[in-house]
Ligand binder design. Structure first.
Ligand code: ACO
Length: 379
């Protein structure tokens, strides 16, 4: 086993976790043993899920109030960080903005290198609280608008929408974005989570590990699918074009974005819930166009591809859902990070608590028995 080359580490178990469990065969996902559907059915706040992941149990009412007050305290950005964001080029990729600002945050933290559990939870809360503030501030500034300060009376999901759009969001929009944040909070050992753990494995600080995780999430093979789903919906333009679009795409052996998953060979449980949330938001905003095109595309694609175990994945309805509540296409992957910071920090707490340097090996396949030739003698 130790000498075997396993490209992409596929099937290799690299850590133990008590955070989330995926049952790909049956299309199930659990956080600390609780099926994700139960959080959404009971309108659980994202904040409750974060508490559950970090502490291993759901908060009592007073613990939840305290936690939400802590996040409210942490949400505003220190002056130096707010000023730095003002200087960023308006054309910057918001994923780069988030990655850079998280790295910057380490310089403004009074105690970034203390890896004790209490300090890790403090840093995790700061990071989680500030992701929406950073992204919304940059999004406002690039439109020539002033950033909107967070409100202490709004939840995490509501604050994000409020700071982005400058107006209080409708209840369906908040419910949909809260559900989105809940559903993407953690997902086993994915690429960005592994990246974060590798950094933490050297006992480097949490800011560095999260900066690296964001860098990893940016790639199109990980967090980059929703913008491509949105591009597909725009290309289709109207629900009645969906059948022909799918037929022609499959004839050309092209992949349909938002369909298929490495782990789920049935419905992705998150996609099913997001479909209903996207439908509700379409009703509330009166903008049904993107949901209806997505729904027609799903029906056309799944009827042809289900026999191969291909169904809509989490990214499929994320695109129309986020777009309809005012999250532009290039903020979709950063919004994934707004949710996944919960899972990343949970895995980091696990890694720091039971650390072993992550140090695999490479198989050398280069030349052997070569010799150094002094520069004057090289032809
Ligand atoms: N559309 C059409 N056919 C597909 C699709 C698709 N979206 N996905 C897979 N297939 C087909 C393949 O062509 C292949 O067919 P074949 O056996 O006839 O050659 C078969 O299904 C198996 O494909 P693999 O690439 O082996 O499946 P894998 O598990 O490696 O891929 C992946 C999973 C990468 C997600 C793939 O389904 C895909 O590219 N989907 C579209 C992009 C996407 O939505 N990405 C987001 C994933 S979810 C997430 O990252 C959070």
């Amino acid at each position: 086993m130790a000498d075997q080359l396993i490209k992409g580490l596929e099937g290799v178990i690299v850590a133990q976790t008590s955070s989330s469990k995926i049952d790909g065969q049956n299309g199930r996902l659990f956080y600390r043993g609780v099926p994700i559907e139960e959080f959404v059915e009971n309108n659980a706040l994202y904040e409750e899920v974060v508490y559950l992941l970090w502490h291993g149990r759901l908060p009592t009412r007073s613990e939840l109030d305290q936690f939400m007050a802590q996040l409210a305290e942490e949400r505003p950005l220190p002056e130096g960080i707010a000023e730095a964001i003002r200087e960023y080029p308006r054309s910057a990729d918001p994923m780069v903005v988030l990655r850079t600002t998280v790295s910057l945050m380490a310089m403004y933290d009074e105690n970034p290198d203390d890896l004790s559990p209490d300090n890790l939870r403090r840093i995790a809360a700061r990071l989680l609280a500030r992701f929406p503030t950073i992204l919304a501030a940059f999004h406002r500034l690039r439109q020539g608008l002033e950033p909107v300060a967070p409100r202490k009376d709004l939840t995490h999901a509501a604050n994000y929408l409020y700071m982005l759009n400058g107006e209080e969001p409708g209840p369906r929009s908040v419910e949909g974005v809260n559900a989105y944040l809940v559903l993407l909070a953690d997902h086993g050992m994915n690429a960005s989570t592994f990246t974060a753990r590798v950094v933490a494995g050297t006992q480097a600080d949490m800011y560095g590990a999260i900066t690296a995780a964001i860098a990893s999430l940016k790639g199109p093979l990980h967090g980059g699918a929703p913008p491509r789903v949105m591009a597909t919906l725009e290309k289709i333009g109207s629900p009645e074009n969906a059948e022909r679009f799918v037929e022609e795409a499959l004839e050309r052996h092209e992949r349909i974005m938002g369909i298929g998953h490495r782990v789920y060979k049935t419905w992705d449980p998150r996609a099913k819930i997001l479909r209903e949330m996207a439908r509700n938001i379409a009703e509330e905003t009166g903008n049904r166009k993107w949901f209806e095109i997505a729904h027609a595309l799903e029906q056309a694609a799944v009827s042809r591809l289900a026999s191969k175990g291909l169904y809509t994945n989490v990214d499929f309805y994320t695109a129309p859902l986020l777009y309809s509540v005012g999250v532009p296409v290039d903020l979709m992957t950063p919004t994934f990070a707004v949710s996944r910071i919960a899972g990343w920090t949970t895995h980091l707490m696990e890694q720091y608590a039971d650390n072993r340097l992550i140090r695999p090996r490479a198989e050398y396949v280069g030349p052997v028995d070569e010799h150094y030739i002094p520069v004057e003698q090289r032809g």
